[in-house]
Design a protein around this ligand. Sequence first.
Ligand SMILES: C[S@@+](CC[C@H](N)C(=O)[O-])C[C@H]1O[C@@H](n2cnc3c(N)ncnc32)[C@H](O)[C@@H]1O
Length: 314
Amino acid sequence: MHAGAEKVFQRFFRTGKTSIFLSYRLLLIFGRFTQPFFALTQDTRFINSISIVPFSSIPYREGSVIQDNYYETDDQIAVYSEFHYGTEYFDVAIYPKRCAELCLSFMDGRRKERSLDLGCAVGRSTFELARGFDSVTGLDFSRGFIRVAVEMKEKGLIQYALPEEGELVSHHEKRLAEFGLADTQNKVTFRQGDAQDLDPSLTDYNLIFAGNLIDRLPNPAQFLTHIHERLRIGGLLIITSPYTWLPDFTPREKWIGGFIKDGQPFTTQDGMTGLLSPCFELIDDTHQVPFVIRETRRKFQHTIAAVTVWERVN
Ligand SMILES: C[S@@+](CC[C@H](N)C(=O)[O-])C[C@H]1O[C@@H](n2cnc3c(N)ncnc32)[C@H](O)[C@@H]1O
């Protein structure tokens, strides 16, 4: 289906209305059989003409919209496939693997029945968490990312074309078995969804891991004030993030830190502490995890994420 049409339907999806969601799914199925027609009608006129609800009547919902299809592009899917299953660059450990190891070390001596990996992207941390958990659900808003994760679970292998320079790409194939993760296939489930509007069935977890998610949410405060509802008392919420707030993902007025407040620097950890303290105790903030994302053969992002570990006490 044409990307513009998908973008519009994705906005509909974010209204949270079941009927609209069903329409969206039906149109996706319809789109599979009408590819040439869609390709010929790449304008908003067409999109408006098939809209079931006119744009002006879509209600604004707190926390909805903002980031469009950034994590749906083929380039991002390939870059994240490499980030999760590819090479270690500059001796920096594979980030989702390292994060999952840290999570499992914090879960030492605690029950490890159910875990939720929010913003799991193409799924490496979900598989890694399943080394220690009975069951792990990986959830991401990007359908493209979830498709890769499901392929890895079902076929045990993925293939992707990595940007090299300009239009040149290199082809890669990765197998779950090469990471010693073949045994985890039956313990993981992947689903597309919105971390800010979770399905009621996603609850009763011993661990919720949110890796590099909070600074990509339209309304992180809403997420943080509701996430305890999904954790058992005594369960852990582990948040990793480089706190790179960008208005493209989170409107400035929704940032939870990274600004001056009452004449003083107010950090993201200050913001998280305020929002989480009614239900959580901070049990560790001493770890940092570096990561390297390869964009092309000659361009890399080197970032350092902070790790905070919160225990649900109320
Ligand atoms: C910076 S990436 C981090 C991905 C992964 N945790 C990692 O560390 O490699 C942010 C991820 O959050 C996902 N995401 C953004 N908004 C989301 C939302 N509202 N609900 C669920 N996932 C979301 C994106 O699709 C993307 O996969």
